[in-house]
Design a protein around this ligand. Structure first.
Ligand code: F0G
Length: 482
């Protein structure tokens, strides 16, 4: 991706790749979208893809792969044990991160399971910039407690801070003092902090955290799932890094942490996961759990074909034209929305554009899931499927009361190298229309509510008949157009 100046003086994101394989998508009429979302229990996770025009639910496992990745898949070695594929992937990881030990796992949350089981004793605290849903679920399942120490800027929707994912160093020191280092299982840094809008962490901040961890003897765990986006932001936003190559920055980061794990559904644009560490004892402890939960040590639940694609995808992550793809498109989408006053998280982050439902749907109380209602409305208005990141994505308190999200976001993810600029402009247009008609959007309530990770398969219903009213207004305004 490259921002190229057009004759008009406008900077337009220009794709640095060409498309050689396509998947047909359907844009069904608004009346059919209404039926589809009703059938899906007003939960965008439960929509069938045949009813979705642009699938912007997630950037996980849905990134376009390169021809080199596909080519590499053909040479995969299927051996149960000792597969050549494993050694190729291990060598690439060791080269990129400079970390000695690698354990494969089937995806990011599987790594979290292994790390949480190995490092957490019941009652211990894990301190982090911000949680991710699956991370928190595994930590709490193992008796741990999550404590978040973002800087105050991190939770502001609109901000100029270039690194909103940074940990607050004073809060970190205070937490260590209050909890006592023995009661801290580990400190976790999440790259490209997902739930606050894909916001990056600076190398400077990681260095400060690492120094404290080393001085106190506390383990530092790094979630590198969104490292690709974070590396882009370090290059363009952090002083002193503009001319440093991506691999050198990656190595520097990896040298600061004890454990690094990733979802290869994001990092490396394949499907799988992995844990890396420097320390042999820790490696041996975690290793015991791999055959138990994942599979033998040389595949860890991953398909060997995906492992080959991952090895190539990770090397391609070291290419600036590859990692700048999503952040530049996200910025273009955010700017289109900001131009009509749609409240989005700024500065634009990686992984997607995040619309602030707390303001967009200010008339909907948080207990009626404004971000969920916004995600439903975006689908009705556009056929674009996005995801709720707010109260619905939280788990209820032990006494059954709602734990209100600190943010209410509709996340419009931008899978890497998948959508064209005209498709992105279409998305912005429909959301801009929705913003003008936002008073028509109403709340949601649960019909079926699972106790764990309820947002995945919970079913809801609208409070009132607002989806019909919204669809009718769409037809009035757009006439015959889809
Ligand atoms: N950590 C982060 C920061 C993530 O964003 C994710 C997944 C995981 C861990 C878990 O990885 O899905 O491979 O098990 N995020 C996806 C998303 C699900 O849509 O944002 P996984």
């Amino acid at each position: 991706m490259n921002n190229v100046k057009f004759m008009s003086g406008e900077n337009i994101p220009l794709e640095m790749h060409k498309v050689r394989m396509v998947q047909k998508v359907n844009l069904i009429p608004v009346e059919d979208r209404l039926i589809a979302i009703d059938k899906a229990g007003f939960n965008t996770f439960l929509l069938q893809n045949r009813d979705v025009f642009m699938d912007m639910l997630t950037d996980s496992g849905v990134n376009a792969m390169s021809q080199e990745q596909y080519a590499a898949m053909m040479r995969a070695d299927d051996s149960y044990a000792g597969s050549e594929t494993f050694y190729r992937l291990e060598a690439v990881l060791q080269d990129i991160f400079g970390m000695k030990y690698f354990l494969p796992a089937h995806q990011g949350r599987a790594c979290e399971n292994i790390i949480a089981q190995t490092l957490i004793k019941p009652g211990q605290v894990t301190v982090m910039n911000y949680h991710f849903t699956t991370t928190k679920a595994h930590i709490t399942l193992n008796g741990g407690i999550v404590e978040e120490i973002l800087t105050d800027e991190g939770l502001k929707i609109q901000s100029d801070a270039p690194f909103k994912g940074n940990l607050d160093i004073d809060k970190l020191k205070e937490s260590i003092q209050r909890n006592g280092k023995k009661n801290i299982a580990f400190i976790r840094i999440e790259a490209g902090t997902n739930l606050i809008g894909g916001q990056p962490v600076s190398v400077e901040n990681m260095c400060q955290v690492s120094k404290i961890c080393r001085a106190e003897g506390i383990k530092l765990v790094f979630d590198a799932s969104l490292l690709g986006d974070n590396l882009y932001f370090i290059k363009v936003r952090e002083q002193g890094y503009k001319d440093i190559d991506i691999k050198t920055i990656t190595r520097e980061i990896a040298s600061l942490v004890d454990v690094l794990y990733f979802s290869a559904r994001k990092l490396g644009s394949a499907r799988g996961g992995g844990i890396l560490c420097h320390d042999e004892d820790l490696f041996l402890k975690m290793r015991e759990l791999v055959p138990l939960y994942e599979g033998f040590l040389t595949y860890g639940g991953m398909s060997v074909r995906e492992m080959e694609a991952l090895a190539v995808g990770l090397q391609e992550t070291m290419d600036f034209d590859v990692i700048n793809q999503t952040p530049i498109i996200v910025e273009a989408l955010c700017n289109e929305l900001l131009s009509t006053g749609v409240p989005v998280v700024t500065p634009p982050g990686g992984l997607g554009c995040h619309v602030d439902a707390m303001e967009f749907c200010a008339h909907i109380p948080q207990t009626q899931y404004p971000a969920g209602a916004l995600a439903v409305s975006i689908y009705i208005a556009s056929g674009v499927r996005c995801m709720e990141r707010g109260t619905l994505s939280e788990q209820r308190n032990p006494d059954g009361t709602e734990r209100l999200g600190e943010m209410e976001l509709a996340r419009i993810a931008v899978p890497r190298r998948v959508f064209t600029l005209s498709q992105v402009k279409y998305t912005a247009d429909r959301i801009n229309w929705l913003f003008k008609n936002r008073h028509l959007i109403g709340g949601l309530e649960f019909v079926e509510e699972p106790t764990m990770l309820r947002f995945f398969f919970g079913r809801l219903k609208p409070i009132g008949n607002w989806p019909e009213v919204l669809a009718k207004k769409f037809r009035e305004d757009f006439g015959d157009s889809l």
